[in-house]
Design a protein around this ligand. Structure first.
Ligand code: ADP
Ligand code: MG
Length: 252
């Protein structure tokens, strides 16, 4: 039976090679909400992001993923992207010789979105301006010599151009500087305002959440979701870390 959630994982377990990483994950994200996934290093948060995107480095050993009313457990990353899923790249791409503008054009076309060239040029120029990005960057080689903040602007430009139904942003290990943090924060705000987007944010940088209304915080420890609650959990974790959840988990 189709659920009313945009994303719904049921009993999801996944492994890399033969090593089990995720165990029996149940996660439900309604459309239009902002969910945050937190947990200690190595808990499996990035793995969940990759499994949701269909990364072939991981295999689903049990359970299912439903997205927008359809079972996507077996879908290729490309089809998931077309269905409206977006995963931010922790290591943003660098493609010497390819202007950012051409890359974005190819991305839009690859998704099967119809857009006339004039309309496309207008749209990316507007988005660049909204993100405080010098439009000259659109004609520079993708990612080459871009600062951390500029790479994040490209990522947020992709997000706002693609208007996915669900954006999974994994910022955990990327060591964002203050500039890049504010770009991500602004990008997420715009995505909420302009696209009424749904967010699953994986982060340690709770400052990037300050301008968002967080609906639910999920805590992952050792490949399992061990707690979920309202945004107050973020302050608790900021102050006290994950020890309580780790203890809870081992007591089971
Ligand atoms: P987090 O993002 O919460 O820090 P990860 O999802 O990156 O955690 O990693 C969870 C665990 O799975 C770690 O022990 C990591 O070494 C392991 N792992 C992740 N990806 C792979 C992989 N492709 N091959 C083998 N082990 C992996
Ligand atoms: Mg990670």
């Amino acid at each position: 039976m189709a659920s009313s959630f945009l994303l719904s994982c049921r009993g999801l377990s996944a492994a890399a090679d033969e090593t089990p990483i995720l165990h029996d994950v149940d996660l439900e994200v309604p459309a239009g909400e902002v969910h945050v996934l937190m947990g200690p290093n190595g808990a499996g948060k990035s793995t969940l992001g990759h499994v949701l995107m269909g990364d072939p480095a991981y295999s689903v050993t049990s359970g299912s993923v439903e997205f927008d009313g359809a079972d996507i457990t077996e879908l290729s990353p490309d089809k998931r992207s077309r269905a409206g899923l977006f995963l931010s790249f922790q290591a943003p791409v660098e493609i010497p010789g390819v202007p950012l503008r051409s890359f974005l054009r190819a991305m839009v076309e690859g998704r099967g979105q119809k857009m006339k060239n004039k309309e496309f040029r207008k749209k990316i120029k507007e988005l660049a301006q909204t993100l405080d990005m010098d439009p000259a960057y659109l004609d520079r080689e993708l990612g080459v010599g871009f600062s951390g903040g500029e790479k994040k602007k490209v990522e947020m430009l992709q997000l706002l151009l693609l208007e996915p139904k669900l954006a999974i942003l994994d910022e955990t290990d990327s060591g964002l500087d203050v500039d890049a943090l504010s770009v991500v924060s602004r990008g997420m705000e715009l995505y909420r305002e302009q696209c009424d987007g749904t967010l699953l944010i994986i982060t340690h940088n709770t400052r990037i959440l300050e301008h968002l209304n967080v609906d639910c915080v999920h805590v992952m420890v050792s490949g399992r979701l061990v707690a979920a609650g309202p945004s107050g959990l973020i302050d608790e974790i900021d102050a006290q870390g994950f020890e309580r959840f780790e203890l809870d988990n081992s007591a089971e």
